[in-house]
Design a protein around this ligand. Structure first.
Ligand code: GAP
Length: 539
């Protein structure tokens, strides 16, 4: 049986083998939380960013009730005046709770809210066992000896077998620690039927005893949580002191807020207005995990959409739906993609509403993008700290106000990982069963041109076709190895079409077109290759 973990391992192996993603500085043993994109990965990532820029900035959808609005871009520096991060609240509050393992030889650090206890509670649908279990829970604090005796009598393992794991949610914790993943000794301690449960460390059920370390398993070795600021620091200039301290930006958003007035004053734009940016962000994540999903250096695509406060709820709903649809249109199946509205107690203090676009990765449902109504929080914070007037005069309403902001904020690298995961397909009927079914807009290579053999005048026909195609579409030429192996390589790269020049081409001028999705083949005139791609890819 193929588990989700096996699928993830296979995706990682294919990405490494075919040059989508490498560990950063691998020749020196790598560095945790940093990744490099190889030739195919670089093209894929560029295509995703270009699709975003084109669909959101250059040609955004029409707004609610047919409203046209303007979108413009900025490209801000990674290092900004540290006062920006004081105003935004990042210096004071951009931190995660951290716990450490005290055990000799381990000393690992974990994000407190990403450690889960996964247990196997010895109740199923047997009411008697359930009743006995409930009684034991109540007795455990008052009379542990009696609780133990009752557990022995009812043949219940109590406290239940439980382990600790790092995960993003209770659901992914249960995927990581399933019954099947337990050792035989652990399985022997669980009397079926059982209930598979997961709790965050902070909500450990009473009576479960000290939590184990997720890495070394030592019980009671974890410290109490303490706050750890995630901003990566550096120094500007020759002296390394408090005055030269600066930060690598943890989000691209603040560059947009700091430039709001510059854009308004120089660009003949009116509200409602979106300012967009794609760029690197850095976070000193306590424990980067799940391949590229949680990295220390990553790219974001963010829009800060400035509007009149009364229209913010309307624009929030608009952007939430637009962003969800964008992922679906580029091939993320709707059932794996979820739009989840935040509950009131989940909202950041400055946000009025927020929704996450989540994708069901092999390691569980996880956030790709957040869409938030950030109100006037950021602009007001910068007005106060900088002393500059960042309000806007609306000449249609004849009113001056500090705009509200709707922020769709996505992670480019997380999107790359989601599109790779979605595209990864196993077709056992093929000689080489792994292929990447990318949406044609995202495919790193759109077509390949192959002479069936590298002789008999076939390369002389194939090369001019290749030169024509590559003027319009990213294309590769390959004359080596068997044709089956060449198709398999292109399937793994996610190339939608391959043109093969064979003996018949010399007779009637036709070439074979092979479709990646079903491996079907048809013949077309060799002069129609570009036109064929144009029709089929609709790019
Ligand atoms: N300006 C708002 C903001 O930065 P966020 O939820 O902290 O909000 C936005 O980040 C997006 O950036 C996330 O939805 C995610 O896609 C991406 N992201 C955040 N931390 C990341 C990390 N450590 N590695 C990769 N992507 C990350």
């Amino acid at each position: 049986m193929t588990t989700q973990a096996d699928t993830m391992e296979k995706i990682v192996a294919l990405c490494r083998r075919r040059g989508f993603i490498f560990g950063s500085s691998e020749i020196y043993g790598g560095i945790g939380g940093f990744w490099d994109y190889g030739p195919l990965g670089t093209e894929l990532k560029r295509n995703i960013k270009e699709a975003w820029w084109n669909d959101m900035v250059r040609n955004p959808p029409v707004g609610p009730n047919g409203t046209e609005f303007q979108m413009v871009g900025v490209d801000c520096s990674i290092i900004m005046n540290p006062k920006v991060w004081e105003a935004s609240g990042h210096v004071g509050g951009f931190s995660d709770p951290m716990v450490a393992c005290r055990a000799e030889g381990c000393k690992r650090l974990f994000r407190d809210d990403k450690v889960f206890l996964v247990g196997f509670i010895p109740v199923g649908d047997d009411p008697q066992r359930e009743e006995a279990f409930e009684e034991i829970q109540q007795l455990r604090e008052q009379d542990p000896t009696k609780a133990r005796a009752l557990a022995r009598q009812a043949e219940l393992n109590d406290p239940p077998v439980y382990l600790a794991v790092e995960a993003d949610s209770e659901e992914s914790a249960k995927i990581e620690i399933s019954y099947d993943s337990l050792s035989n000794t652990q399985k022997r301690r669980i009397t079926p039927p059982f209930q598979h449960v997961a709790y965050p460390l902070s909500r450990k059920p009473s009576g479960w005893g000290p939590p184990p370390c997720p890495a070394c398993g030592t019980r009671g070795s974890l410290t109490e949580p303490r706050q750890f600021n995630l901003m990566l620091q550096t120094h500007i200039g020759a002296l390394q002191d408090v005055a030269s301290l600066a930060y690598l930006r943890p989000e691209t958003a603040q560059g947009i807020f700091a430039n709001f007035k510059n854009v308004i004053d120089t660009s003949r734009v009116k509200l409602p207005l979106g300012i967009a940016q794609i760029g690197k962000a850095f976070r000193n994540e306590i424990n980067p995990r799940n391949y590229t999903f949680r990295s220390r250096e990553f790219e974001q695509y963010e829009i800060e959409f400035f509007c009149h406060p009364s229209e913010a709820p309307m624009w929030y709903e608009f952007w939430r739906d637009v962003r969800h649809k964008w992922y679906v249109d580029l091939g993320l199946q709707s059932e794996k993609l979820r739009l989840r509205e935040h509950e009131g107690d989940e909202l950041a203090h400055y946000a009025k509403s927020c929704a996450d676009v989540e994708y069901d990765f092999p390691f569980g449902l996880s956030e790709l993008e957040g869409i938030a109504n950030r109100t006037d929080f950021d602009l007001k914070a910068h007005i106060e700290k900088s002393g500059k007037d960042l309000s806007y005069f609306d000449d249609q309403r004849k009113e001056r106000y500090v705009p509200y902001v709707i922020e769709p904020s996505g992670g480019v690298d997380r999107s790359v990982l989601a599109f790779i995961t979605e595209a990864y397909t196993v077709d056992e009927n093929r000689a080489s069963p792994e292929l990447m079914m990318f949406h044609p807009r995202l495919s790193p290579i759109k077509a390949a041109v192959f002479p069936l053999v590298a002789k008999d005048g076939l390369p002389e026909i194939a090369e001019p076709i290749y030169r024509e195609v590559k003027k319009r579409f990213p294309c590769q030429y390959d004359a080596k190895q068997s044709i089956g192996k060449r198709y398999a390589r292109m399937d793994e790269a996610g190339t939608p079409f391959c043109f093969t020049i064979d003996g018949q081409t010399k007779e009637d001028g036709t070439v074979t077109v092979r479709d990646r999705n079903d491996a079907s083949q048809i013949r077309i005139d060799k002069s129609r290759c570009v036109e064929y791609l144009h029709d089929k890819l609709s790019l």
